[in-house]
Design a protein around this ligand. Structure first.
Ligand SMILES: Cc1cc2nc3c(=O)[nH]c(=O)nc-3n(C[C@H](O)[C@H](O)[C@H](O)COP(=O)(O)OP(=O)(O)OC[C@H]3O[C@@H](n4cnc5c(N)ncnc54)[C@H](O)[C@@H]3O)c2cc1C
Length: 499
């Protein structure tokens, strides 16, 4: 491959990982980032002495980070350490029953009191059924460069064989008797913007990811990981232009020639990779007055996924119930079905939502003042297409969440509050540039074509590639790293014959 001039839109994990890999192939890579900082949804900030991660916190499959460093001739461990977390999740139900999910299935069995004999067999069978197809789905589908042809082949042969249309919830229902375990083992699509009752049961393989490679957090917070990756990119010869927003991908004769910036400047490139939200890329960055593109039409028809309300809290005391909590807790609501109906069918903000409760002060990865506690609540809410009243309602929702949280604690959270900050869907839209504040991009629904996300090589715009949440294989840090690696393989094969 000749040394290509590459422009990447967005300095989140996807853009940085792709940039590092292309620089290692001898390309001249420029990343254009609209914000003054790198990392996108990965970052760490401080309020009143408390550190919180802005977005992602849980790392799995650390070998993917190791591979990224290795391709730039470095060892990840020399730049950033990962601290293991186990149990990985604790589910807390309205009955106050708890279920902890460990890396080792034997520990999950031994250390939980929730299993009946039938559920014990169900858990073993569920794990076995997931383990037996994991390699095929993870390495052959998620970890391979796929294009539209591969997608349709998969749909005809492979997805049909795996009965991929069956929903994650239906699949879990077959294995468990306890309604609480059914909820926990069906909930996986919620981690990537999907509906447990609608999205493919293949999402259950997220449980296998954790059973294979466990969970970890970066020492010193996500910002440390981002800094390590930015340094790696710069050392590889790549360049990041901050405060540089792309307003249009320039296309002539259905072939990309470069980008136009918000300030009017034009930059030329052999190819452009959008590591910004795929939905926003197709909807906002392509001039459809000049040409009609089927791929843009199909992107517009895909439903946008849900958004999040994230509320960070610092308390002046240690919680009395600290011992009973783990770093990552999932608080299931009184009426889980109603919550799913509200989020996916009625598309209204739920008064009794499912809440992810992270406790940064339990991981020792982040700084928390002595004798205090840090909590982050992450709540799925409809995207801005369905509800955009956050300008007025965010504070009221923050109050609602405090009240809900209080139901789980003896400690009076409200009167011990000494630090707080929240991000609503408007903040996600403005900060990350994601369409309608859909933090995981499109709803990850299996299409007839065999795609769950959109192809990494644009279907009808030459030399345009897409990575990140809305593109194959989808949201999460694992998705970002795999998508970047797959796309570089596609580019290498597309430009292999050019001298
Ligand atoms: C609250 C939250 C919690 C999460 N928790 C986890 C977790 O625990 N584990 C996990 O694996 N994943 C988690 N995720 C998902 C994970 O963070 C993302 O899937 C991943 O970081 C996406 O990276 P990305 O680079 O594709 O996109 P982003 O991080 O969104 O980066 C896109 C970048 O593009 C820039 N950009 C956008 N438009 C333009 C433009 N026009 N011009 C220039 N720049 C532009 C943005 O500013 C941004 O920097 C979480 C996400 C959120 C929001």
């Amino acid at each position: 491959m000749r040394p290509l001039n590459v422009i990447i839109i967005g300095a989140g994990l996807s853009g940085l990982a792709c940039g590092i890999r292309l620089a290692a192939e001898g390309c001249r890579v420029k990343i254009l980032e609209k914000n003054s900082f790198a990392g996108g949804s990965l970052g760490t900030f401080e309020v009143n002495g408390f550190q919180f991660n802005t977005g992602a916190e849980i790392i799995t499959a650390p070998f993917l980070f190791d591979q990224l460093f290795e391709c730039a001739g470095k060892h990840r461990i020399d730049s950033i350490k990962f601290l293991e977390v186990d149990p990985i999740f604790q589910a807390i139900f309205p009955s106050r029953n708890r279920f902890s999910f460990y890396k080792n299935p034997n520990e999950t069995i031994q250390l939980n009191g929730l299993f009946s004999d039938a559920d014990l067999i169900g858990f073993k069978n569920f794990s076995e059924a997931s383990s037996s197809i994991f390699d095929e789905v993870f390495f052959d589908y998620c970890g391979s460069p796929v294009d539209e042809t591969t997608f349709s082949l998969r749909s005809n042969l492979w997805f049909r064989r795996l009965n991929a249309q069956q929903s994650c919830q239906e699949f879990a229902d077959k294995f468990f008797r306890s309604p609480e375990l059914k909820q926990f083992f069906g909930f996986w699509p919620l981690l990537g913007g999907g509906n447990p009752r609608q999205e493919s049961h293949l999402f259950r393989l997220v449980s296998q990811l954790f059973q294979r490679w466990g969970a970890a957090v970066p020492e010193g917070g996500m910002e440390n990981l981002v800094n390590a990756i930015v340094s790696l990119f710069s050392a590889s010869g790549g360049e990041i232009l901050f405060n540089t927003e792309v307003s249009e991908i320039q296309i002539f004769n259905k072939t990309v020639s470069g980008v136009r910036l918000k300030d009017g400047g034009i930059l030329q490139a052999d190819l452009v990779i959008s590591a910004a939200d795929t939905a926003a890329t197709y909807r906002n960055l392509i001039d459809i007055d000049r040409n009609r593109y089927n791929v843009v039409e199909s992107a517009k028809q895909r439903p946008a996924g849900f958004s999040l309300f994230v509320y960070h809290i610092g308390t002046r005391c240690v919680l009395q119930e600290r011992q009973e909590l783990t770093p990552f807790n999932i608080l299931f609501p009184e009426n889980y079905d109603q919550f799913l109906d509200e989020l996916f069918e009625q598309k209204v903000v739920s008064a009794n939502p499912l809440m992810f409760l992270r406790m940064p002060s339990k991981t020792e990865a982040l700084k928390t003042p002595e004798g205090t506690e840090a909590l982050s609540l992450i709540v799925p809410v409809p995207n801005l297409e369905s509800y955009d009243g956050w300008r007025y309602d965010s504070y009221a929702y923050r109050n609602r969440l405090l009240n809900l949280l209080q139901q789980y604690f003896v400690t009076d959270i409200r009167s011990n509050l000494i630090a707080e900050s929240f991000f609503d869907p408007l903040a996600f839209q403005n900060r990350l540039g994601c369409y309608a504040g859909s933090v995981f991009s499109f709803q990850p629904t299996l299409q007839k074509s065999g795609e769950i996300r959109m192809a990494n090589r644009s279907k009808d715009i030459r030399n345009l590639y897409l990575i990140g949440n809305g593109a194959h294989p989808g949201a999460s840090m694992v998705g970002a790293l795999l998508g970047a690696a797959n796309t570089v393989e596609l580019i290498k094969s597309d430009f292999a014959d050019e001298r």
